[in-house]
Design a protein around this ligand. Sequence first.
Ligand SMILES: [Zn+2]
Length: 198
Amino acid sequence: MKKRLLTAAALILATSHQTSFQAAQAAAAEPFTILIDAGHGGHDTGASQGSLNEKDVNLKLALELKQALEKHGIKVSLTRSVDQELELSERAVKVQQAGADCVVSLHLDTPEAQGPVYELHYFGQGKAFASVLDSHLRTSLSPATEQQTLKESALFMVKKIPVPAVLVNASWQGGTQHQQALITGLTQGLLAYAQTHD
Ligand SMILES: [Zn+2]
């Protein structure tokens, strides 16, 4: 009886050891994961232009960006894939659940805003990540050279996220043509970032 108990204990030890070893192995082999956050959702419509709500444009862009990145074999998670209301804290939980290596939160400015065609908000360690995206977006969207497109800010989705995070605040100007250029620039920028951090 005693011997059997010991054997059982040894087995449990061996199993738990193996499990943690396997977990470590799995973690090492985890593919680089990008989390895309479509801003707003549900009752929170965000900005609007006519009958068009920011929450819907953000989601459309998030789905397009996901598809473009997946074509290149990048693993992508979303905070939402439908019109759904999410607290900021719930978005942060999804970042953790996804095991994300970086986060891109998609937003549109107010329609009447006269700022640059896009702004990238970052905090602290997110600056290097934002700079990579900025260099590719400058090619695809050609903001005026003197326009400041990088912006340090204390927004929740960049400050309270434990991995490099950028909040894209895109202009409504230029409509879908500019939105396509935005997706192209973000895709190129994210691929470049993933290649150097995988
Ligand atoms: Zn917004």
